[in-house]
Design a protein around this ligand. Structure first.
Ligand code: ZN
Length: 179
């Protein structure tokens, strides 16, 4: 599917901003650090990865994964989670996402899981994934519209499951190894 973002002037995920996002002033070449300053308002602009959070809910040695109800990657497996909102703490973000997608309250267990940065979408935008091992403290998983269903994976099923994204597989594997 081609949308407006794919037409016209190419704009790669690591290309510097050409115009100030605040006031539209044409920007010069970026400094070696990657930042570029607006000659009009003085603000500095950087291209960064977008932070995204994912939860691996573990219960009785099994990890909860979700089956995607929508494109992209409809029917394949991923983890509950999503992109952080502006200014949102990662822990608040994952608690919110899991509540929205599964209708349960979680509590985080253990240290964050940090797989490599990856790309997402037709433009290959960079995403910084942050994984959290978690357990359900209230409610039964009741998938909402974005989720077709849930599955509980044992560690022996992780390699053969049809994950939409490899970083989710890595997070599940790592979370189950901690058990
Ligand atoms: Zn400006």
């Amino acid at each position: 599917m081609t949308g407006p973002a794919q037409q016209g002037t190419p704009f790669g995920p690591a290309d510097p901003y050409r115009f100030c996002p605040a006031d539209g002033t044409r920007l010069e070449e970026p400094r070696p650090s990657g930042g570029v300053s607006c000659p009009s308002c003085g603000r500095s602009w950087y291209r960064n990865s977008s932070p995204a959070v994912g939860a691996v809910v573990v219960e009785d040695g099994k990890a909860l994964v979700t089956v995607r109800a929508r494109e992209p990657e409809k029917g394949r497996v991923d983890l509950p989670g999503g992109f952080l909102e502006v200014g949102e703490h990662p822990v608040d973000g994952i608690v919110r996402e899991v509540r929205e997608e599964l209708g349960v309250e979680i509590e985080l267990t253990g240290a964050p899981i940090l797989p490599a940065t990856h790309t997402y979408g037709p433009d290959g935008a960079y995403v910084l994934p942050i994984g959290f091992r978690a357990r359900i403290v209230e409610g039964e998983p009741d998938p909402t519209d974005d989720v077709a269903g849930i599955r509980w994976l044992t560690s022996s099923e992780v390699d053969t499951t049809d994950f939409a994204w490899e970083h989710d597989r890595k997070m599940v594997r790592e979370a189950l190894e901690e058990v």
